[in-house]
Design a protein around this ligand. Sequence first.
Ligand code: GLN
Length: 247
Amino acid sequence: MPNRSLRIAHLFPELLNLYGDSGNILVLRKRLEWRGIEPDVMEVHVGERPTFADADIVFIGGGSDREQRIVCESLLREQAELKAFVEDGGVLAAVCGGYQLLGESYLMGDERLPGLSLVDLYTDRGSPRLIGNIAVESRIAEQPIVGYENHGGRTHLGSGVEPLGRVLYGHGNDGVSGQEGCLYKNVVGTYVHGPLLPKNPGVADYLLARALERKYGQCELEPLDDAVELAANKVMYDRMMAGEIEE
Ligand code: GLN
């Protein structure tokens, strides 16, 4: 099918880029190019008023509490548009600080940071921070999702919200429920940095397939040679399972 393209809106890359989260955009871009599909990446900076009407994928990375405060006002101005985008099946991927901002609010002690209310979830800050390597079993990827988490926030899903998956190693949403991340329509929220997509090509293709389906209808993604990526994934997974990682 000639001349296909996807428009990726990357929100606040200069502020929400913890642990190389912007690497996720490179992965989406390359996996499209390798398949002859044109990536069109739009960076959105604090204070800008973009339109999401022609976006296919929105990506929000992680950030510290300080950076979340800075982007919050800008982000909330886009609430109605982002809500319409999500309800229309738009693909949105958000990591850690970005994931927390998808919900009703992020409570930091006495301070309440309002969120986008796109997904029925909320976050409060606990102690200690939940830090370390993480592995998650998820229906959206054949191999376990592996990566790294570092968050004070504990995220609680509403009863109708599906978790991204089950924690096999590490902490996940709150350190006790065994749940990690969220899935809602075509929204994927997760605490997994790494960045997420280089070591988890199945997640990247899940996002791309959903976006291509929405734009062009039924789609078969051309398979790619992911031997290196999957080997990197497996090394980390095996080390976690063997207890070879120091906390
Ligand atoms: N500020 C949030 C927390 O500590 C998110 C941190 C992150 O994005 N890694 O919970």
